[in-house]
Design a protein around this ligand. Structure first.
Ligand SMILES: [Zn+2]
Length: 57
């Protein structure tokens, strides 16, 4: 079994990583991905209210 970040042998204190650093790297990685998800959603109207506007020509 090797560290998914740097492929070094896993340290049981930080399993499944080899060090605290790699553990933090992985944490930051999915943390950023988690923040990216909301931006991929389509932008919708906040209230969905229609503006009254008669001049259309
Ligand atoms: Zn590592």
């Amino acid at each position: 079994m090797s560290c998914p970040i740097c492929q070094n042998p896993v340290n049981k204190d930080f399993a499944p990583f080899c060090s605290k650093m790699c553990k933090n790297i992985d944490l930051i990685k999915w943390f950023k991905e988690d923040y990216r998800i909301p931006t991929q959603e389509p932008i919708t109207n906040e209230d969905g209210k229609e503006e009254e506007n008669d001049s259309n020509s």
